[in-house]
Design a protein around this ligand. Structure first.
Ligand SMILES: OC[C@@H]1[C@@H](O)[C@H](O)[C@@H](O)c2nc(CNc3ccccc3)cn21
Length: 439
């Protein structure tokens, strides 16, 4: 049975998502300061083919065209992020030209009846703050609060949906433990401290939001991965529960319950990791929704020879170009788990796939992406019909863009970006989406 838009409630929002560093380019224009990703991507060896976001999709100059495409597809909403380095200068003063860009972007969206969903932080920390300690510094929460307040004052009259942070797990664990994201540190103690300061920053921003945008909604977006035991062994099950707490619970429990998950806390302490628990009252300031970035599952196997006693197993399901298993069931499972544990409304703020997209005669036949999206739409609808207060779904992503350490080698867009010409081509998935949204 072919899925139809009308199978979903009328109030259900369909959108697309992007982030500033991945699409804007213009990294040295109009007084923009550098971010940790500008520096990290210019260090040889960090990014595939030594690529960087200097130009990306040149969205800074082409945003009207990109918004016209969003409108042409019939989407309800557009999730994008503000580049902190573009709007706050090193001396702490606001950058009027940077703010003007986002004002024009928001106004254009509203002209086209597209609901703006704004992410305050999608990984591009101003490098001048990193030099003062960045997320490792206790003071970062106050810098983030002041930045958030500035943006709320600037856009809060027209933007009513806000996300403080995109995936604090990635910022802390990929950036400070695994070292594969900016700023490239490899220290678990630092990662846990950064995670805590990210949550503190989130809490202070929520406090400022309540004072400035009285009629708005604010949440946080986490990567949500379905964690399953690799085999039926009890130890695999136990470590799967632990990993679920380490990557999922760690960034949800403090915000709703005001405490870190117990097993994960005990596990980290056994490895001598210091746990911070100050400011839990601030961290657990009420929010209006959780954003859910869902892509895949993780299979965990007990592995005593490994330092942390477990390892991740690559499963046997069909995979995307990121080597992530395609597992729509995991979306349903996690939507149910999150909603019935935290009782907060949910938005799927990212879901999508990287595919072997080839442009031939101005056509990209990405039928695999149509199938992926339809399968995940069906799981989202199943969750809604099973009582989950799921209010929307944002496809990652609008157009192919800078995919972090993968550079431009991975294409997630429903629009094909020709980086040589900066031309945008609607993939078959975009044409399918337009048809889906039209009925
Ligand atoms: O990789 C695709 C997107 C990326 O472009 C977005 O900027 C970012 O928000 C994003 N987060 C995920 C999920 N993160 C993840 C991290 C480790 C393992 C599996 C997924 C995927 N994506």
């Amino acid at each position: 049975m072919r899925l139809k838009r009308s199978d979903f409630p009328r109030w259900f929002v369909f959108g697309v998502a992007t982030s500033a560093y991945q699409i804007e380019g213009a990294v040295n224009e109009d007084g923009r300061e550098h971010s940790i990703w500008d520096v990290f991507s210019h260090i040889n060896g960090n990014i595939k083919n030594n690529e960087n976001g200097d130009i990306a999709c040149d969205h800074y100059h082409r945003f009207e065209e990109d918004i016209s495409i969003i409108s042409e597809l019939g989407l309800d909403s557009y999730r994008f992020s503000i580049a902190w380095p573009r709007v706050v200068k090193k001396d702490g003063k606001k950058n009027e030209k940077g703010l003007d860009f986002y004002n024009r972007l928001v106004d254009r969206l509203l002209e086209k009846d597209i609901i703006p969903f704004v992410t305050l932080y999608h990984w591009d920390l101003p490098y001048y703050l990193y030099e003062k300690g960045g997320w490792l510094s206790n003071d970062i929460a106050y810098y983030f609060r002041d930045y958030a307040a500035l943006i709320f004052e600037e856009l809060g009259d027209r933007v009513k949906y806000w996300i403080t942070l995109n995936e604090p797990w990635c910022s802390s664990h990929l950036g400070y433990f695994m070292g594969i994201h900016a700023p490239g540190h490899k220290n678990l103690n630092e990662a846990i401290k950064v995670a805590h300061n990210l949550l503190r920053s989130h809490g202070y921003a929520v406090e400022a939001f309540r004072e400035i945008v009285k009629d708005g909604k604010i949440g946080i977006t986490n990567v949500v991965t379905k964690v399953e035991p690799a085999n039926e062994r009890e130890e695999d099950y136990q470590f799967a529960l632990l990993v679920d707490e380490l990557i999922n619970g760690w960034f949800h429990d403090p915000i709703v319950f005001g405490r870190y998950p117990e097993n994960a806390k005990g596990f980290l302490k056994r490895f001598g990791i210091k746990i911070y628990e100050n400011d839990m009252k601030i961290i657990s300031n009420d929010i209006d929704f959780f954003g859910v970035n869902y892509y895949t599952r993780q299979l965990i196997e007990y592995s005593p020879e490994n330092p942390f006693m477990y390892k991740q197993i690559i499963g046997k399901l069909p995979k995307t170009e990121m080597n992530w298993e395609i597992y729509p069931q995991g979306l349903y499972d996690m939507l149910k788990k999150l909603y019935f544990r935290y009782k907060l409304p949910l938005y799927i703020t990212e879901n999508g796939m990287a595919g072997p997209d080839k442009l031939e005669n101005e056509i990209v036949n990405d039928d695999y992406r149509i199938d992926y999206l339809e399968q995940h739409f069906k799981m989202a609808l199943k969750a809604v019909n099973d009582g989950v207060d799921l209010r929307g779904y944002f496809i990652w992503t609008l157009m192919d863009n800078f995919e972090w350490i993968e550079g431009y080698s991975k294409r997630f867009g429903i629009i094909y970006t020709d980086y040589k010409t900066q031309k945008r081509y609607l993939k078959e998935s975009a044409l399918w989406l337009k048809e889906f949204l039209s009925n």
